[in-house]
Design a binder for this molecule. Structure first.
Ligand SMILES: [Zn+2]
Length: 1172
C-alpha cells in the first residue's frame, strides 16, 4: 500500500494552501550573520537593553536592609568560627577595600580606599563578616530572593551557629559564584543573619586573570564589590540558560545538521519576540525554546534523564579538582575544600540528579577537624549515595618520585581513612593531574582493593598524541587495571555542548567502547559545578532526546558504576587495547629536579620511616630492658601523613609557590626530629647503654664497641667515618685509617649475615686497598684492585676496569659537570624543553687537592666556580666493593656542596661511555623501566629527560649496559636522568623563577656515585648497591655489649635462594592492638618484591625467637588472601616458601603467638611453641 502514498498521505496537520502568487522578497538567511547575531542577546555592548537588563526585579544595598560588620584577623592567621565570633566587629560597607595579601608585621583591620599604602602596614588575609539582612515584606511574592556577596576573592557563608552553607568565588572570572539563596522561611520573616569569612590571599591561581604561574602578588588589595539583596527574575534566568544552550548547539555541533540549524532559528526567533518592557515576552521566548528541548521539558526536572536513548554515551559527574597546595599553601586549601564541598551539598538539595565526587583523604581529615558540622552534612550525603569518595589515596600524589612503599601507603592511608569514616572503600583510583604515571601503579591499585583507574594529564603531551581513551593498563609486573582517560581532555569541564560532544568525537576507542566520562566543575577556588552547568546538562539531554545529532548525557551515577559498565561492555576488558608499562607524560620533565630540597626531604623521610618501622618493630617484640615499650603506631602514622601530604602533585614536583616549600620543609624537619627520636627510643630498648655515632655526646664516651645496625636485609660491608676528637680518641683502636689531622678515622664494618648487626673489623684479605696518585700538576688517579678513575685538566678522562683491563670512556671524550641554558617555552618550574640540550658549557673540577690517602678511603676535593655559584665536590673511592656480590666493583662517590645562585640554568653530571645499547635502565617503584637511548621515533625523542628511581626503598639509579658490561649512576636524592646515545647523565639543579622566584637559590648538599659492573644490568648488583648507598648503617657506640642481647641473636629474617627477591618493609600490622595491655593478635607485616623482572622462589627464614603461629599472604590493606604453610628448619627457625613472578609485590603477615612477659633465664626471647 505504501507506494500509493501520495493519495493516502497522512499529514499531522491539513496541508497549507500554497498561494498562487508571491510578491515578497524571499527569506533565505545569511546563516553566519544570524548565528553571530546571537552573541548580542546577553551582556556585552547591548546589556542595557538586551536580556541582561531584565535579570533582576530588585537590587538594594542600603544599610537599612544590609547591615555589615567586619573583623580582620591579624596577619595570615586563620581563626576558626568560634574564635572569630569572640572578636570585636566594626561596621563596614560595600566598596571598602582590604588587604594586602602579603605577610606583614603590624596594623589593624580594614583599609579605606583613600589611604596611602604603607610599607609597614600589616597584611590581613582572613576577614569575618556579620551580615544582618532586612527583607522587604512584598518580596515574599517572588520565586527567589538572594544575597549577593562579592569580596573579589573567595569566601564562605556560615549560619550564625557556625554551619558552613556554601562557598563564594568573587571577581568577574568564569568561576564567579556570588549568590546565596535566602531560605523561604527567612523571606517570610523578613530577617536573615549570616556570617561570612572572606580570604584575600592574592593567590588563587588566577588563571583567568593574567599569568597563571607568576609568583603571587603579595601586595594586592581586594574590594567589597557587592553586598546586595536581590530578587532575580527567574524566568529571565531560565531563558538565559535556554539561550546559552541554543548558542552552544549552534556553535559546537560540527557540520550542517538539522539540530544546529534549528538551534539558530529558535534562538533568533527568541531575540525577535523579546521585548524588555513586556514580561510576557520572556515566557514566550521560553516556549519557543521547547522547539529544541521538547514540550514542557522543564517541568520534568531531573526526569529528563529518564527519557530518550536507553544507553547514554557520556556520563556526567560533578567534581572539584582542589590542588592540596600550589599557588597557595596547605592552610588555604583547607578553606577551599570547605567552601567547595558545602556549595556542592547545597546544589544537591536543588538538583536531585547531581552527584559529586572528590578524592584525597587528607582533605576530608582537615574538614573533619576544622568544620565538624559540614563534615556531618557530607557524611550524610555519602550515606545517601550522592557525595562519592574516589581515588582511595591520601592525596593525589605525584607518581614519579614517591618510593614503591610510599605509593602503597598513599593507598593504605587513603582507603583506611575512607573505610573508618564512611564505611566504604574506593574502587577507582584517581590521578587525573599527576605528571606521568609509573608502571608500578596497576599492581598497587589492585593490591589496594581497587579495579579501575581514571586519569587525564597525558592529553597535555607536547609531542605525541596518546592513542587510547579506554584501555587495559598493564603494569610492569603484568597486572592490569581498567583505565579511562577522558576524551573530554579535562577534569574541570564546563559541561557545555562542546564538552558532551567531545566525549564522543574525541574518543579514540569507539570501536570497542562507546562511553566516556564527563568530569565537570570548576577546580581550586571555583567550588566545583555551577548551577548553570547542571541547567545546561538538563537542556543538552532534553535536546538529545529529540535529535540524534547530539550524544545523550547521563547524570545521577557514580564513577564506579561508569567503570562497571565499561567492564561489562568490553567483556571484562577483552575487547579493549592494552597499554603496557609507564604512562610517560611528555611534558613537565623539569619536575624530577625542580626544588632540590623537597626531593631530598622526600627521599630521606621515606628511608627514615622505613628504618623507624623496622627498629621499632623489633623493639616492640623484644622488650628486654623496657617492658613498657609500645610500638609507636600513632606517631609513625603522623610522620607518614606528613610525608604523604608533601607528595602532592604540585609539591613534590617543585611546581608550587615558595610559601608551600616553607611549609613542606617544616613538615620534613618535624618528621626528621620525630623519626630520630623514635629510633633512639627503640634503640634504648634493644641496645641499652648505647649512643648514636652522630650524637655529640660521643666525645665524652671513653669506652664501648662500635656496632652498626643494618636495616636492609642484605649482607654488607661499610666504611664509616668515626669522630676521634676529645674523649672519643679512645675509639682510635677501632679504626683502620685516621685522617691527617686526627679528627676522624675510618672503620670497616662487616654484616655478613644480612639484616641486623654489623661489627667493626680490621682489613680483610679480600679488601682492595685504595691509592691516589698525582701526576704533574693537574692529573689525579684514584685506584684500587677493581677500578680506576683519572681526572685530567678538571675532567674525567678515564674510567678503567682494572681486572678486565677495559677503558670505559671513549677516546677523546670526557665526563664531569655540565651546565645547560634552561629556558622552557612556558611552564618554568615544570618544564625542561628538548632545546636545552643544544646550548651548554662543560665545567672543570678546579683547585683539586688530596683529602684522604687510604688505605680504606681516598678522596679528592675539587672546587668549581661558576657565575655567582660555587660547587665543591668530594670524589672518593673505598677499598670495598659496592656489594657482597662476587666480582662487585667499587663505586666512585661524589659528594657535592653547592651554593647555587644561577637563574634558568641546569646543572648535570655526565659520563660518555664506551658502551652501546639501544636501551638504558632506570629504577622505578618495585622494579625498573627501560627507555631508548636513540631517537628513532617521536616517542623515543620525547623521553629526553626521564625519572629514574627508587624501588620500594629508596634508591635510584640509571644504568647503561651491553653484553658483558655496564655502568650505573646511583643517586641519593635526585630523580632526573637521561641517556642519549652513549652519554649517561644525572640532573642535579635547576633554577626556575615561576611560580617561586627563588627556587633552589642557596645551599645544597647531595651525592651520587658511578658504579661500573661486570655483566649486564640483569646480572649486576646495581639495585642492591643503590639500596645500600641510600641506607647507611645506624652506627652506635655500645658501652656494655653484655646488656644488649640482640647483638647475639640471628637476624630475624633471612631471604634465601633467589637474589632477585628483596625484603623491603618490616612493620607491625595495621590492626594490631597497641594499647599497653594489648597482646592478642599481634602481627608483623613484611613487604617483599621481585626486583629484576623474573621469577624466583625464596625460603623466608624467621628466626626462632619470633613465635610465629601463622603465615598469611595479604593485599596492601592486610586482608587475608591465602595462608602459607610454614615449617620448622633443622636449627629451629621457622621458614616459608614464597614464589614470585617478575616485579611482583607480596605482603606477608606473620601472626605471633603469646609472648611471655618475663624473659626466661636461659634466653631473653620467648620460646613459646611456634604452633606448627
Ligand atoms: Zn592538580
Amino acid at each position: 500500500m505504501a507506494h500509493h502514498g501520495h493519495h493516502h498521505h497522512h499529514h499531522a496537520a491539513p496541508p497549507a494552501e500554497y498561494p498562487k502568487e508571491n510578491h515578497g522578497p524571499g527569506a533565505k538567511w545569511i546563516k553566519h550573520l544570524t548565528q553571530n547575531r546571537l552573541g548580542t542577546f546577553n551582556g556585552g555592548h547591548f546589556s542595557d537593553v538586551n536580556l541582561s537588563s531584565v535579570l533582576y526585579h530588585h537590587r538594594i544595598d542600603n544599610k537599612e536592609n544590609v547591615k555589615l560588620e567586619v573583623w580582620s584577623a591579624p596577619g595570615l592567621e586563620k581563626p576558626l568560627f568560634a574564635e572569630a565570633m569572640k572578636q570585636k566587629f566594626k561596621s563596614a560597607k560595600k566598596g571598602d577595600s582590604f588587604g594586602p595579601s602579603c605577610e606583614g608585621t603590624c596594623g589593624d583591620g580594614m583599609r579605606e580606599k583613600e589611604t596611602e599604602r604603607n610599607a609597614d602596614e600589616e597584611s590581613q588575609t582572613n576577614h569575618w563578616w556579620k551580615v544582618s539582612l532586612t527583607i522587604p515584606a512584598y518580596w515574599e511574592q517572588y520565586e527567589r530572593v538572594q544575597f549577593e556577596f562579592d569580596p573579589d576573592c573567595e569566601a564562605m557563608i556560615f549560619t550564625t551557629d557556625g554551619t558552613p552553607l556554601q562557598g563564594i568565588t568573587g571577581g568577574y572570572g568564569g568561576d564567579r559564584r556570588v549568590e546565596h539563596i535566602i531560605p523561604r522561611s527567612a523571606v517570610k520573616a523578613g530577617k536573615y543573619e549570616l556570617v561570612i569569612e572572606s580570604s584575600c590571599n592574592g593567590m588563587f591561581g588566577v588563571p583567568w586573570n593574567g599569568d597563571t604561574i607568576a609568583p603571587p602578588d603579595m601586595n594586592r588589595y581586594f574590594g567589597l564589590r557587592s553586598a546586595d539583596l536581590v530578587v532575580p527574575n527567574m524566568t529571565a534566568w531560565h531563558l538565559m540558560w535556554d539561550f546559552q544552550t541554543l548558542r552552544e548547539l549552534a556553535d559546537s555541533i560540527p557540520g550542517n545538521t538539522a539540530l544546529q540549524n534549528k538551534a539558530i532559528v529558535t534562538a533568533n526567533e527568541i531575540m525577535n519576540v523579546f521585548d524588555r518592557g513586556d514580561v510576557e515576552s520572556i515566557a514566550h521566548g521560553r516556549k519557543l525554546a521547547e522547539d529544541v528541548f521538547g514540550e514542557a521539558w522543564a517541568a520534568k526536572g531531573a526526569g529528563i534523564y529518564e527519557e530518550g536513548a536507553e544507553k547514554a554515551q557520556v556520563w556526567g559527574i560533578g567534581h572539584c579538582h582542589i590542588d592540596t597546595a600550589w599557588l597557595w599553601p596547605y592552610h588555604v586549601t583547607q578553606q577551599k575544600t570547605a567552601r567547595s564541598w558545602s556549595t556542592q551539598v547545597d546544589l544537591m538539595e536543588r538538583f536531585p540528579e547531581h552527584r559529586f565526587t572528590c578524592s584525597q583523604a587528607q582533605q576530608f581529615k582537615w574538614l573533619e577537624q576544622q568544620y565538624p558540622p559540614l563534615f556531618k552534612r557530607i557524611k550524610d550525603k555519602v550515606a545517601e549515595g550522592k557525595f562519592h569518595v574516589v581515588g582511595g589515596s591520601w592525596v593525589e600524589n605525584d607518581s614519579n618520585m614517591p618510593s614503591g612503599e610510599a605509593l602503597a601507603r598513599q593507598f593504605i592511608f587513603g582507603q583506611r581513612y575512607f573505610e573508618s569514616r564512611f564505611g566504604i572503600r574506593c574502587n577507582t583510583a584517581w590521578l587525573p593531574d599527576s605528571f606521568g604515571l609509573t608502571g608500578a601503579l596497576p599492581q598497587l591499585i589492585r593490591l589496594a582493593d581497587m579495579d579501575y583507574f581514571f586519569t587525564q594529564k597525558l592529553s597535555w603531551n607536547n609531542i605525541n598524541n596518546f592513542p587510547h581513551s579506554t584501555f587495559n593498563w598493564v603494569g610492569i609486573d603484568g597486572t592490569q587495571v581498567l583505565c579511562h582517560m577522558t576524551p573530554v581532555d579535562t577534569y574541570t569541564a564546563q559541561a557545555t555542548v562542546g564538552d558532551v560532544n567531545k566525549g564522543v568525537t574525541n574518543h579514540k576507542n569507539l570501536e570497542s567502547s562507546g562511553t566516556s566520562l564527563l568530569v565537570f566543575g570548576n577546580g581550586d577556588g571555583g567550588g566545583g559545578p555551577l548551577e548553570k552547568m547542571l541547567e545546561n546538562l538538563r537542556r543538552i539531554r532534553a535536546a538529545s532526546n529529540h535529535s540524534r545529532d547530539l550524544p545523550p548525557v547521563l547524570m545521577g551515577r557514580s564513577v564506579d558504576e561508569f567503570f562497571d559498565v565499561l567492564a561489562a561492555d568490553s567483556k571484562a576488558g577483552s575487547t579493549l587495547p592494552n597499554w603496557s608499562g609507564e604512562l610517560y607524560l611528555e611534558f613537565h620533565r623539569g619536575t624530577y629536579t625542580s626544588h632540590g630540597s623537597i626531593k631530598k626531604g622526600n627521599r630521606k623521610s621515606e628511608i627514615l620511616l622505613r628504618d623507624v618501622e623496622i627498629i621499632s618493630t623489633f623493639a616492640s617484640l623484644f622488650k628486654f630492658h623496657k617492658k613498657d615499650y609500645v610500638y609507636p603506631n600513632q606517631r609513625i602514622n603522623d610522620c607518614w601523613e606528613k610525608v604523604l601530604l608533601n607528595q602532592f602533585h604540585d609539591v613534590l614536583p617543585g611546581s608550587a609557590i615558595g610559601m608551600v616549600y616553607n611549609d613542606a620543609e617544616k613538615l620534613y624537619a618535624e618528621v626528621r626530629e620525630e623519626g630520630e627520636t623514635l629510633i633512639e627510643e627503640a634503640f634504648a630498648t634493644i641496645f641499652p647503654s648505647s649512643v648514636a655515632l652522630a650524637d655529640p655526646s660521643i666525645k665524652s664516651k671513653k669506652n664501648g664497641t662500635l656496632v652498626g645496625y643494618n636495616t636492609t636485609f642484605f649482607p654488607r660491608r661499610d666504611i664509616i667515618e668515626v669522630p676521634l676528637s676529645g674523649g672519643a680518641s679512645r675509639l682510635r683502636s677501632q679504626v683502620v685509617q685516621a685522617a691527617k689531622d686526627g679528627s676522624v678515622g675510618y672503620a670497616l664494618m662487616d654484616c655478613a649475615n644480612g639484616g641486623g648487626v654489623s661489627y667493626g673489623t680490621g682489613m680483610y684479605a679480600d679488601c682492595k686497598p685504595v691509592s691516589v696518585t698525582r701526576v704533574g700538576t693537574d692529573q689525579f688517579i684514584l685506584r684500587n684492585a677493581s677500578v680506576q678513575l683519572t681526572i685530567a685538566d678538571g675532567r674525567i678522562t678515564s674510567l678503567y676496569d682494572v681486572a678486565l683491563e677495559r677503558e670505559l670512556i671513549p677516546t677523546g671524550e670526557t665526563g664531569g659537570l655540565i651546565i645547560f641554558d634552561d629556558r622552557p617555552n612556558y611552564w618554568d618550574a615544570w618544564d625542561v624543553e628538548i632545546h636545552h640540550l643544544e646550548k651548554y658549557k662543560k665545567l672543570k673540577f678546579e683547585s683539586i687537592t688530596i683529602a684522604s690517602e687510604g688505605p680504606l678511603r681516598v678522596s679528592l676535593k675539587a672546587e668549581v666556580k661558576y657565575g655567582q655559584s660555587s660547587i665543591n665536590v668530594m670524589i672518593s673511592l673505598d677499598a670495598i666493593g659496592a656489594s657482597m656480590k662476587k666480582n662487585s666493583r667499587s663505586f666512585f662517590r661524589f659528594d657535592a656542596q653547592v651554593d647555587w645562585h644561577q637563574r634558568h640554568e641546569f646543572l648535570k653530571f655526565e659520563l660518555p661511555l664506551n658502551i652501546k645499547n639501544d636501551y638504558a635502565t632506570y629504577e622505578t617503584q618495585f622494579g625498573h623501566v627501560q627507555r631508548s637511548t636513540h631517537k628513532n621515533t617521536t616517542w623515543d625523542m620525547a623521553k629526553f629527560e626521564v625519572c629514574g628511581h627508587k624501588a620500594g626503598l629508596i634508591y635510584q639509579y640509571a644504568d647503561l649496559s651491553e653484553y658483558g658490561y655496564g655502568v650505573a649512576i646511583l643517586s641519593e636524592s635526585k630523580y632526573g636522568f637521561s641517556c642519549r646515545g652513549n652519554v649517561l647523565r644525572i640532573s642535579l639543579l635547576r633554577a626556575a623563577t615561576a611560580p617561586d622566584a627563588e627556587q633552589d637559590q642557596g645551599k645544597h648538599e647531595f651525592s651520587w656515585a658511578v658504579l661500573p659492573h661486570q655483566g649486564s644490568f640483569l646480572e649486576s648488583d646495581v639495585p642492591i648497591a643503590a639500596i645500600l648507598f641510600n641506607s647507611p648503617l645506624h652506627v652506635r657506640l655500645v658501652e656494655d655489649t653484655a646488656a644488649a642481647p640482640l647483638l647475639k641473636t640471628k637476624p630475624a629474617f633471612v631471604v634465601e635462594g633467589a637474589p632477585n627477591i628483596f625484603l623491603e618493609t618490616v612493620k607491625r600490622g595495621l590492626d594490631d592492638d597497641f594499647s599497653a595491655t594489648g597482646s592478642d593478635g599481634q602481627t608483623i607485616v613484611l613487604r617483599l618484591y621481585e626486583a629484576f623482572g623474573g621469577h624466583g622462589t625464596v625460603k623466608l627464614r624467621i628466626a626462632a625467637h619470633l613465635p610465629v603461629v601463622k603465615v598469611l599472604e595479604t593485599n596492601l590493606l592486610e586482608d587475608e588472601l591465602k595462608e602459607h604453610a610454614a615449617y620448622q628448619t633443622a636449627d629451629a627457625d621457622a621458614a616459608v616458601k614464597l614464589s614470585f613472578h617478575g616485579f611482583e609485590v607480596k605482603t606477608i603477615k606473620l601472626l605471633l603467638g603469646k609472648q611471655s612477659a618475663v624473659p626466661k633465664r636461659e634466653s631473653w626471647v620467648t620460646v613459646d611453641s611456634p604452633g606448627f
